[in-house]
Design a protein around this ligand. Structure first.
Ligand code: NDP
Length: 315
């Protein structure tokens, strides 16, 4: 169960990382901090431990998901050594759309290490770039410098960003240039699927040109998340029939075709499910490839129906 991507990402023990097991959106509907929903914590722990035990070694979390404690417990429950795993988390800054308590990246890292029960984070991202001194008391450049400093201190192995457009990347790369080659962003985690092949103008190409791996969140959006402004499912869209046809051809499910398509584009998908069957299904994508022609077909059909689920109005 390995992924080979350029650049190739490996865990501390040198093993390649799998697609990511997310701990975000699938559980967002639940009010996790409500004691009446205490059982949801156990569900997340169980599902993440299950994910690790069937072969995922890549866990995606964030300050804003409130799932650090569940990740820590899932790792213990799985009995898989910490160094075999790849844990990503994300610092979030307050913005006009996201209220947040005080805290800069340095204080976040300290708290995250405690909550995650680990002495290092594999990958630390800035969750979004939509903040400045007036909203968060910190600029993008200052936040990035603190992320760099966390790496220098050995708390973090790799550093990167999420939801960054070219202009944001250029700003932090200017900071990295003063620090040396080890302090450039290595990942940009963005919404990516055939209906959103560039979250912002030219972002995929620019990231690739700068050695930044694109991670895709919401990779299954064309299958389950196409709704109108009232939240009503849109029945008719170009991939609606194409994906089931391809699934038949490859003897896979439509979700597996989409995840494999993402990998075949050199992009690393992060997916989530609260259902064991779907968690397993999402991992069974390393024994086939989507042909170049079919990747082109998905791209072409996808481009006919631009659709964005996250950070609407920000790009
Ligand atoms: P996906 O596109 O994989 O969507 C997962 C959702 O699809 C789940 O709610 C799941 O529901 C549903 N689903 C999966 N299979 C099926 C199926 N066969 N039929 C019906 N529904 C299905 O990814 P996410 O949007 O969840 O994103 C993945 C991860 O990326 C998140 O968990 C989070 O870690 C990260 N993320 C990062 C963001 C950022 O700003 N950096 C933003 C959003 C997400 P079910 O539980 O019922 O299976």
């Amino acid at each position: 169960m390995t992924v080979e991507l350029k650049p190739t990402f490996k865990t501390k023990s040198g093993e390649p990382i799998t697609i990511g097991a997310g701990s975000g959106t699938a559980w967002k509907a639940y009010k996790r901090n409500d004691p009446e929903n205490a059982e949801i914590q156990n569900e997340i722990i169980d599902k993440l431990a299950y994910s690790i035990n069937i072969g995922y070694n890549h866990l995606d979390t964030a300050e804003v998901y409130n799932t650090h404690p569940e990740i820590a417990k899932a790792v213990i429950k799985s009995q898989v050594p910490r160094e075999k795993l790849w844990i990503t988390t994300k610092y979030i800054a307050a913005s006009p759309h996201i209220s947040k308590k005080e805290g800069n990246p340095a204080t976040f890292v300290k708290k995250a290490l405690e909550e995650l029960g680990t002495d290092y984070i594999d990958l630390l991202l800035i969750h979004h770039p939509f903040f400045d001194k007036s909203t968060s008391n910190i600029t993008l450049e200052e936040a990035w410098q603190e992320i760099i400093d966390a790496k220098k201190a050995g708390h973090v192995r790799y550093i990167g960003v999420s939801n960054f457009a070219v202009e944001h990347l250029k700003r932090i790369i200017a900071v990295s240039e003063k620090e040396g080659k080890d302090y450039y962003p290595v990942v940009n985690q963005i919404e990516y699927h055939p209906y959103l092949q560039n979250q912002s103008e030219n972002i995929v190409e620019f990231s690739k040109e700068n050695g930044i791996l694109i991670e895709a969140y919401g990779p299954l959006s064309p299958l389950f998340r196409i709704v109108d402004d009232d939240g009503k499912e849109i029945e008719d869209h170009p991939l609606k029939s194409v994906l089931p046809e391809l699934a038949k051809k490859y003897n896979k499910t439509p979700a597996q075709v989409l995840l494999r398509y993402t990998l075949d584009k050199g992009i690393l998908p992060i997916t989530t499910s609260s259902k064991s069957e779907r968690i397993k299904e999402a991992l069974e994508i390393y024994d086939f490839k989507v042909s170049k022609d079919d990747v082109a077909l998905i791209d072409e059909e996808g481009a006919k129906f631009p659709y964005r689920s996250f950070f609407k109005g920000r790009f």
